[in-house]
Every structure is written in structure tokens, then in C-alpha cells.
Design a protein around this ligand. Structure first.
Ligand SMILES: Cc1cc2nc3c(=O)[nH]c(=O)nc-3n(C[C@H](O)[C@H](O)[C@H](O)COP(=O)(O)OP(=O)(O)OC[C@H]3O[C@@H](n4cnc5c(N)ncnc54)[C@H](O)[C@@H]3O)c2cc1C
Length: 431
């Protein structure tokens, strides 16, 4: 089966690649191998699954088409965000209030796992806490008030509403009507984190192969995954290619909308200006659907991301476009240039709830974190490893969510562009 790649989105090196601790290059798969588990995809989901499997004593081989972190995991905003991309009422509607509580608690577990892993594996990834969800208008601020109350109903009372002078103590801009200050969310250097997890997975015994795209999959009692140079026969297969899996598995591809998002990193702002614009050093996202998300790096650059249906991505055009977006938030940054800019693909499901499931009893997958995968991929890795080793009770809960396919074929891209246009108009008019 031919693998259709999405490499038009790859514009490395990103700032992350320029600043993460070096990683070894792993040899491509060559010849036939036998393992208990095979994982396809070397992002946060696949590497987390490999780590948890190896820690449970399962002999695991991971295949990555390019290099570890080539996909969304090595090019995202680095924001650790509480909860799910879907509002809790949508999860309640899908599984009922009692199981929605289990979902919520798993979201909390996903976040708690990050500092635990960082400490246990000694990963240096600029982990910091504090987050602001910013409202551009009164309607969005009212929605945030409801979110604070709703999360309290799930037993989480961390967030509070900030407005006026209070907001100014958090962020140096007059753009927003207010916001929700969330101490339990935060930020990290995602590629440094991922490389640390990959090293931990290897230390636990997993075998990682780069430049090893899976090009064909056969499954029956055992699974056979073929690459250009070799093959892996395994008892269990985990698919973690997300939006980068392309058309290798059409039934998964149909349930995922790949949406482009873009990130730019400026020159250093200097300590004084950084402190004035981000007095509490929080990461920020606004409430729009085509949202702005941004934060300071450890060396005080502005790292600014924005979603768009924008596709004419010459690097120069992209840098200007990002600069125009961040000058709406911080008008004083007219003299600041964008040094690095890149794009990536976010895998979005219809409901914005992640899509976990199985194509066969021994072929599991997790995808569609819908823009909130930095923390949830870790949970996915844990649940995949649990399910692969005989306890699928938590995996089954997520698997219960029904996921609708997106329209296929030629309709797909125009539909996406039209949908993003409508959503942006909605943002602008404050519906
Ligand atoms: C620009 C951008 C900004 C984002 N910002 C945030 C954020 O701030 N906070 C947040 O929580 N989330 C964010 N996200 C989402 C988050 O990055 C993802 O949810 C998460 O990284 C998904 O991890 P993954 O392992 O499932 O997929 P990926 O990281 O995409 O990994 C999939 C891997 O599979 C490999 N692969 C694909 N096909 C094959 C094959 N056939 N054989 C072998 N390997 C294959 C790919 O090369 C890739 O490395 C952002 C995403 C993007 C693109």
C-alpha cells in the first residue's frame, strides 16, 4: 500500500530543533525483526506508549518515518492545557455524567504525569506553570465564568477570573475583556521533553528506528509491519501517526481533519520587556476557534502560534503574517523580528474528543487530540499500554465515543477552508 506523505508541512529546522538537547540518530529498520509490540509513530503518543510498554517488560519496537519529533510533537506551542479540547458537556452527552468525571480525572492525571516523568527521567525541558485563557469580548468572558463553575463541579477549583487592573498584573496588553487564570496548566519545550522520553523508553529496553516509514500493514493472529528496508512481526500493533499517518490507514484518516497551525519565535525581547509583557510568565491562549497561543521561551523570546486556513507559506510571508498577529496583542513590538517560523498539522476529530480504538483485537490506535495533545498523549500512552497488557477498562471508556467521518475525496480540502472561514467570521462577529 502506498504511503501518501504530508511533507509539504515540514519546514524544519524549528526553533525547538535548534535548542533541544541533542538526540542520537537511530538506525533505520533493516531486515526482519520479531517483537511483542510494534508502535508506528515517534511523537509524544507513540513514544509514551513505547515507554510504558517497555516499563511493563514488553519487548517493543517503534518505527518513525522521519526523526523522533518530526510531527506535531516537535513543532507545537508547548502549552500544557487542562481538560479536553471539547467542552465537558459534550463528553457528558457522550458518556453520561459519572463517566465524564472519570474523563476529567484522566485529564488531571495526564497533567500530573508530566512533572512526575520530568523528575523521574531527569528531563530538562523548561517546565513552568501558570496559564491564561484570554477572552476577546464579554460573551467569551461569560463562557469562562461558566467554565470556572463547571470545573469546580468536577472538583477542580484552581482557576479564577481576572479583569481590568487584575488582568494587567498578568499580561501587558489591553486587547482582552478578561481571562481565566489557571495555575494548573503551563508550558514546556516539547521537543526536549519528547527526546527525554525517547531516551527513557530506550533505557527501559524499547528499540527505536528512524527513517523507517511503515508502508504496509498485515494483521491476523500476529501483525506484520513493512518498511522499505525491513519488517516487524509482533503480537500487537499500536498506530500513533496521528495527522501525519496520511492515507496508510484510510479508515483512521477519514475520522481526522488535518488543520494547519503556525508558530513563530522572535529574537530575544530582553529581560525588562519580557517581564513587563508577561509579569507572571504565564502561557496564553485566546478563546477564538482560529486561536492565538503564545508564551515566553526560557531565553525570553516570544513564541507565538496561530491557527489558520492559510496555505501560501513561503517562510518570509509566514513570518510577516505571524508578526502582524502578535502586534495586535502587543502593539509595541514593531521593532521585534521573527527569527524562526514553521507550520504543523493538528489532527482534529468531529467532536474534538480524542479518538482511541482498535482496528482488530491486536491493532490499537490513538489520534485526534484536537490541539490539546501535549498532556493527553501521555495519558494515551498509558491507556494503550494498559490495554495491550490486558487491562483495557480505561481504554474502553474512551473507545466508547462515536467518531463521525469527515467528508472525503475532493470535498475535503475545500470543506476545511470553508469551515475555517465560517469559524473565523464567527470569532469576528462574537457569535
Ligand atoms: C503548530 C501546532 C501547535 C500545537 N500546539 C499545541 C499546544 O500548545 N498544546 C497542546 O497540548 N497541543 C498542541 N498541538 C497538538 C499536539 O502537538 C499534538 O496533539 C501531539 O503532538 C500529537 O502527538 P502524536 O504523537 O499523536 O502525533 P505526532 O507528534 O504528529 O507524531 C506522529 C509521528 O508519526 C510519524 N509517522 C506518520 N506516519 C508514519 C508511518 N507510516 N510510519 C512511521 N512513522 C509515521 C510522523 O513522522 C510523526 O513523527 C499543536 C500542534 C501543532 C501542529
Amino acid at each position: 500500500m502506498a504511503l501518501v506523505s504530508d511533507h509539504h508541512m515540514s519546514t524544519p529546522p524549528t526553533w525547538y530543533h535548534a535548542t533541544a538537547p541533542a538526540a542520537p540518530s537511530r538506525p533505520p529498520l533493516s531486515g526482519p525483526l520479531r517483537a511483542r509490540a510494534c508502535v508506528v509513530g515517534g511523537g509524544l503518543c507513540g513514544v509514551s506508549a513505547a515507554l510504558h510498554l517497555a516499563e511493563r517488560g514488553i519487548d517493543t519496537v517503534l518505527l518513525e518515518a522521519e526523526a523522533i519529533g518530526h510531527g506535531a510533537s516537535g513543532r507545537n506551542g508547548g502549552q500544557i492545557v487542562q481538560g479536553f479540547s471539547a467542552p465537558m458537556e459534550r463528553i457528558e452527552a457522550a458518556v453520561g455524567r459519572a463517566d465524564a468525571q472519570v474523563f476529567w480525572d484522566m485529564g488531571r492525571e495526564a497533567i500530573a504525569a508530566i512533572p512526575e516523568r520530568v523528575a523521574r527521567h531527569g528531563i530538562d525541558c523548561d517546565l513552568r506553570w501558570g496559564y491564561l485563557i484570554a477572552a476577546l469580548n464579554r460573551r467569551q468572558l461569560d463562557d469562562l465564568r461558566e467554565t470556572v463553575a463547571q470545573w469546580a463541579g468536577y472538583g477542580y477549583t484552581g482557576p479564577s477570573i481576572v479583569e481590568g487592573a487584575g488582568l494587567r498584573t498578568v499580561l501587558g496588553t489591553d486587547l482582552y475583556a478578561g481571562g481565566m487564570l489557571e495555575p494548573g496548566s503551563g508550558q514546556l519545550h516539547p521537543l526536549a521533553y519528547l527526546r527525554g522520553l525517547a531516551a527513557a523508553a530506550e533505557a527501559a529496553g524499547a528499540r527505536l528506528h528512524e527513517q523507517s516509514a511503515a508502508v504496509a500493514i498485515d494483521h491476523g493472529d500476529t501483525v506484520r509491519v513493512s518498511t522499505a528496508g525491513g519488517s516487524v512481526e509482533a503480537d500487537i500493533l499500536i498506530l500513533a501517526g496521528n495527522a501525519y499517518l496520511g492515507r496508510l490507514v484510510p479508515s483512521l484518516n477519514r475520522r481526522l481533519m488535518p488543520v494547519a497551525s503556525f508558530v513563530g519565535v522572535t529574537e530575544p525581547l530582553g529581560e525588562e520587556r519580557a517581564r513587563r509583557l508577561f509579569p507572571q510568565d504565564v502561557a496564553v491562549a485566546d478563546c477564538n476557534v482560529a486561536l492565538d497561543y503564545y508564551r515566553l521561551t526560557a531565553d525570553r523570546r516570544l513564541l507565538f502560534g496561530a491557527g489558520a486556513s492559510y496555505s501560501a507559506t513561503t517562510p518570509a510571508g509566514l513570518k510577516d503574517w505571524l508578526a502582524r498577529r502578535f502586534r495586535r496583542v502587543f502593539p509595541e513590538l514593531t521593532d521585534v523580528t521573527v527569527e524562526h517560523a514553521w507550520g504543523g498539522l493538528i489532527g482534529i476529530t468531529h467532536s474534538r474528543i480524542p479518538d482511541f480504538g482498535r482496528l482488530a483485537p491486536n491493532v490499537l490506535y490513538a489520534q485526534g487530540f484536537s490541539g490539546q495533545g501535549v498532556a493527553l498523549t501521555g495519558l494515551a500512552g498509558t491507556l494503550l499500554a494498559e490495554a495491550a497488557t490486558g487491562d483495557d477498562s480505561r481504554f474502553r471508556l474512551v473507545e466508547r465515543i462515536r467518531h463521525l467521518p469527515f467528508p472525503g475525496g475532493l470535498l475535503r480540502t475545500p470543506t476545511l477552508v470553508a469551515a475555517m472561514g465560517v469559524l473565523k467570521l464567527k470569532d469576528r462577529l462574537g457569535w
